[in-house]
Every structure is written in C-alpha cells, then in structure tokens.
Design a protein around this ligand. Sequence first.
Ligand code: MGD
Ligand code: MGD
Ligand code: SF4
Ligand code: MO
Length: 688
Amino acid sequence: MADKKVCQSLCRMCDDHCGINVYLEDGKLVDIDGNKDHVWNRGRLCIKGRAGVDMINAKDRIRKPLKKTENGWEEISLQQALEEISEKIKDIQSKYGERAMSVWKGEAIGFAQQEEIARRFIHAIGSPNYFSNDSECFVGRWIGYSLVYGRWNSQPEFENSRCMVLWGANPPHAHPNMTQQINRARDKGAKLIVVDSRLSAIARQADIFVKLKPGTDGAFAWGLIKELIENDMLHKEFIENYTTGFDKIKEYAKSFTYDYVAKETGVDAQNLIPMIAKEMYSAMPSVVNYVGNGLEHHENGINNIRAVACFDGLLAAVDAKGGNYSPIGFPLKELTLYHEKPLTELEPIGADKFPVLYHYRQECHTMTAMNTILTQEPYPLKGMIIAGANPVLTNPNSEKVIKALSDLDLLVVRELFMSETAELADYILPAASYLERSELHCHGGYQVIGLTPRVMKPEEDVQDEFQFFHDLAHKLGAGDYFPWENEDELNKWLVSDSGVSLEEIKAHPEGYNYAPKKYAKYIEASKNGKAFNTPSGKFEFACEYLKDLGYQEIPEYISPVYNTEEKREYPYTLITGARKVMYYHGRNRNFERLRTACPTPEIELHPLDAKKLGVVDNDIVKVTSTIGSITIPVKVMHHKEIGEGVAQITHGWKESNVNMITHDDRFDPIDGFPLMKAVEVKIEKVEQ
Ligand SMILES: Nc1nc2c(c(=O)[nH]1)N[C@H]1C(S)=C(S)[C@@H](COP(=O)(O)OP(=O)(O)OC[C@H]3O[C@@H](n4cnc5c(=O)[nH]c(N)nc54)[C@H](O)[C@@H]3O)O[C@H]1N2
Ligand SMILES: Nc1nc2c(c(=O)[nH]1)N[C@H]1C(S)=C(S)[C@@H](COP(=O)(O)OP(=O)(O)OC[C@H]3O[C@@H](n4cnc5c(=O)[nH]c(N)nc54)[C@H](O)[C@@H]3O)O[C@H]1N2
Ligand code: SF4
Ligand SMILES: [Mo]
C-alpha cells in the first residue's frame, strides 16, 4: 500500500502564493489542488498551479551540480562544486577587490526572504553589488508611488472599491485572484475602467475602456486631473491638511485640454475624460487606481506613474477603505545588512547614474552591470552568482547580456533547468523547488502571514537558497553572518520579535491574520508631523527631493519619442511582455500541458497593418529596432484588439527572443528602467 499524505502549502509558480493542498505518495508528488480555506485564492488555482507537478517531477530537471569543461558539462559533487566556487571567489576578490563579485536574484526566488538572503550574502562578503529582476519589475511603481506618498501597495482593496481604474495591468493573465476580487466588487456595483494599449482580457470586461497609444498614460492622467480640479471634484479637506504642491499641479494641468490629450493618446478625450472623472468622484474615496507593468518600461514611466498616484491624494483614496489601502506589515526581523554594513563607499554599480533607484531600493542597475563587465569601468566586475533568473531572455539587448556574462571569470547559476543563461555558466547548481524549501510569506492586502513548509525532501545535491549562501559564506570566512544552521532556524529567528511563534503560523495554512485592518492611518501619524513617509511628511504632488536632483518637481508629461517624429524610419510601436497565463517570463515552455495551449511565439498585428505588410496568420516577419532583429510568426488581431501601428510580442521565447530588440541604451532617467514598451521598429515580410 502506498503511503499517501496531503500537506498544505503555498503555490510559488508565480508570486501570488495561492493556498494549495499537496498530494504525495511514498514521498513523491502526485497532485496539487487549491486550498478552499485560503483567504487569497479560496480554492482556485490557475493553470500554472497544477503544473507545479510537471515542474517538480520534470525529467529534464537539473539534479546534480554541473561544471563546464572542454568536453562539455561534467557532473561533480556538491562539496567539490562549493569548494571550487569559493576558491575562485577568493581569487577574484584578492586580485580585483571585494566589489568584483556580485549576486543577481531573479523572479523565481521572489521579493522577500530569499531576496534578502541574497542581499545579505553579497554584503557579508564585502561587495555592494546586488542585482535583480526588480530593476525592470515592480520597482518603477514602487518608486513612483513612494515619491508621492511613501509607499506602493501591490494589493489595493478591490473588494470594497466602488470604482476601479486599471492602468496597464491585466489580472486575468498576470494575477488571476485579483480578477476574482474585481468581479466580487462589480457584483456589488463597482465600476471597472481599463486603460491599456490593447483590448486585454480585463479590458473586455470593462465598463469603460481607454485604448491609448503606448507611453501616453501621463497625458490621459493629466487630462483627468485637470477635469477633477476645474470642476471642483476633489477631497478638499485631505488636500488642505495632508498634501503639498497642489497649486503647482493645478497650474500645470491647465494645458491638458481635450484636444491636446486626444492628439497625444489617440482617444476620444472629450467624451471619456468627463465620464471617467464623474465615476471616480462619485466613488470617492473608495477608488482604486492600480498601475501595472504596462507603465514601467518607458522613457517617461516614473512621471506617468506619479501622475496616476496623484488621484489617491485628490480623492483621498490613499489608505481608504476600497481605495489604495496601506497594509500593516508583519514585524519580521531585518535580514539585510544595509544598516550594519552599507558599503556605499564601494560605489554600488549604477548608484551614481540612478541615485533614486539606489536610494529607495538599494538596487544596483542591471543594464549598467553589462557595460561594467565589458568595459571594466569604473572598476572590474568579474564574478556573478545568479539565482532564479534568466537574464538572457528577460533583460534588454540580449546579445550584449550574452557577451557580458560570457566575459566573466566566474558565473554560477542556480537553476532547476538548463536555461539560456545557465548555458553560459561555469557552474550550474541544482536548486530546490518551492516545495523543497521553507519560507514565510505575507499577503499584505489581507494582513495574513503563511509558512510554506518543506513538504518534500530535496535530492542529495539539491540545495535551497539559504543553505547555499550559508555554506558559501562559511567557506569564505563570512560565516558569522549566517549563524543559523538551516531554514527552520532562520524562520524562527525572523519571527522572534513579532510576538507570534512559528508554530502558530504553521497552524494556519489558510493564512494567519496578524493584525486587524486600520484605515486612514495618516490622521494619527500627522500628529507627529509625519502623515506620510516622504521628506515633507505630506502627500507630495510636488517633490523637492527630485527637484534637488535635477529632475522635474511635478510629474510632467513628456511625449514618447515615436509620438513626436513626423516621418519615422521605424514606423511601428512595439509593446513587449504582455503576460499569458500559462507562461511565466522564460519559464514553463518545457511542460507539455502548457505548451500545447500556446505552442509558438507570435507578433500581434492590427489587420490593416497585416494587409499593408501582405501577411496572414503564421507568416513570418522580421522585426527590427536600432538594437537588432528577430523573426517571428504573425497573429492578426481584430481591429478592436490593438491599435493601428502598434504591435505586441510576449517575451520569454528563445526561438524569437524579443529582448534581442529592446533597449538597454534608452531609459527612464529617474529609475533607470529600460525602454521595452513603445519600442520603435520596422516590420518586413520574410518570403518563405
Ligand atoms: N502568467 C504570468 N503571470 C505573471 C507573469 C508572467 O510572466 N506570466 N509575470 C509576473 C510579473 S513579474 C509581473 S511584474 C506582473 C505584471 O503584471 P501586469 O502589470 O498585469 O502585466 P501584463 O499582464 O503584461 O499587463 C500589462 C498590460 O499593459 C499593457 N500596456 C503595454 N504598454 C502600455 C502602455 O504604455 N500603457 C498602458 N496603459 N498599457 C500598456 C499591455 O497591453 C498589457 O495588457 O505579472 C506577474 N504575473
Ligand atoms: N521584453 C520584456 N522583458 C521583460 C518584461 C517585459 O514585460 N518585457 N518583464 C520583466 C519583468 S517584470 C521581470 S520580473 C523579469 C523576470 O526575469 P527573470 O527573473 O529572469 O525571470 P524568469 O525567466 O522567470 O527566470 C527565472 C528562472 O529561475 C528558474 N527557477 C524556477 N524556480 C526556481 C527556484 O525555485 N529556484 C531557483 N534558483 N531557480 C528557479 C527558472 O527555471 C527560470 O529560468 O522579466 C522582465 N523582462
Ligand atoms: S495564480 Fe496560479 S501560479 Fe500563481 S500562485 Fe496562484 S495557482 Fe500558483
Ligand atoms: Mo515582474
């Protein structure tokens, strides 16, 4: 008789962490389904959730450390791998200095505990050079909102909202559970407004859809700001008591006439702006403005995001019930060493060029890292450990990424599979999957914390991130910074100041509720002169900190470059990276059940553009930007689904890697995010 067991944990096939039941037979994973009691997903799983079984049991999983030799990959023992890697690190650091080593964490190991372990490790061994996927992920939104009112919330309170405005976000594909929240609010009468350059899955459900040209969200937001101000549709008491800079935005908004907004965005501003402003105002303060990834990868991204953040002040939606509620965090102990060992004197890479990114996030700039490796300027960067990332497919200008990573003296990649980045490594180390490690996770929106217990024992040479960084730190003489023997001990330490034990958290697989919600916390906080966590202590429509650094004080709108040129050599505007529910960046293409649902990459084209190019579905086109070219099959969309002159390619396909043509040389000047949406391209038919 097989030994059958069911364990409760959290899914980590994406960062949503849905509650799951894990079914094991004789220790082997046989199935995963949803935990009906979990506050977040209430029993639902998306298609990737169950595919956790495919990932963990995959035949092509890397299970042994691999070393690159002249004869190809050679399997070696974990101990030998760790020994050789530590010797090489010592060698690099003694020749070129401590800062010649770096760590790069990816989306697969998340944004919490394991990220902090990676940060801790690199500082513990004396280098400030911590890189991550965050340089092109949520950090643009995080910084944009932090500049305005001190924080960004990834889980606004849709449930209680009466008006939800989504800017460049598509939850049905990217955050399925958010869609459930949105639908529950709509059942109670809430309005859904979607601002996107494509008729996305969520746009199809919207009461009002604004199909604007890529990168022009700022113009539309300013049009709405003008409408609200000029019609006195405002929360005056909030503006008077808790904000700064209102008069400046009032003045600036004047030039955003319907005509100008229509010209910039390509939408019927005269009709849409009054309609949306009315919906927002009548729902005040229970209005959610939620910004997605669609606003981040632009040269004017941060200011567009800041402009949207202004609605939370104009309508007092910040920290409001049904607005952008600011969750109370769980008091975990600090794992990073930024207070103890900041190392800023060692010039973290990119901190001089993008001081706001470093100041707010202590994040080095990944695109600058590639140039540093290739030029050795301002100093040599010779070694890198990459954990849970595949920058060859996910970072702009992939050809440069390949060149740079190949140039390193030491590249170690921690992976489950032979990725395009792992192929460049000197050593590949087999990483534990999410069911083979243990970590704490907070669902901020519900103020619950959960623990993912280690439900399966990893194979002999497979290590979790903690154990790897722990062992390496000990070999490198930095063991004092890793005093915990294993993840369980670390988890205990992390909660030790919280008043809640690990056992209590473990006993609540549905989510341990650690604090009741409390709205409008700024009222109490203002008594100490700090209503918001900004330099002025106020909600900042205008930002002196940015002004002092030479940036615009208010979130001025700058038209995207493609929108200002009359005759364009690269006449199409390419959006990249629109999520597809079955894939996750470069992941999941090797799982048959997901691959069959969407077998090939594709470029989404407007039917008139397809006609002009003389192409139909599945024809191949060549797409060229100033960075490079790729070829890709065509998918002709309905004319309502995408704008004329606009095209879309989802990233993560090695066959047609769109990041071969995205920009590492064009940035948002404030946070350094690369231009990956609104890329100017030309498209030509490839005769077959
Ligand atoms: N299945 C799946 N889920 C994922 C991921 C994944 O790879 N696969 N990735 C995860 C990660 S790391 C992230 S950061 C999130 C992102 O989550 P979301 O931000 O919701 O990302 P998308 O689903 O790509 O939605 C972005 C939308 O922006 C639109 N867009 C593009 N340019 C513009 C523009 O200039 N203006 C406006 N208004 N819209 C624009 C696109 O058409 C698209 O519909 O998704 C997460 N969830
Ligand atoms: N053109 C374009 N490019 C984009 C985007 C876009 O919109 N357009 N979006 C950007 C965004 S928002 C993000 S977040 C980045 C993501 O960029 P990356 O972080 O590079 O994302 P992935 O491709 O998901 O890489 C994760 C790798 O980790 C491996 N892995 C899976 N599970 C584990 C694990 O448990 N441990 C370890 N060690 N490894 C594991 C996977 O096999 C995979 O190869 O991509 C960005 N790239
Ligand atoms: S949304 Fe899907 S992939 Fe993400 S945690 Fe939930 S089930 Fe897993
Ligand atoms: Mo992301």
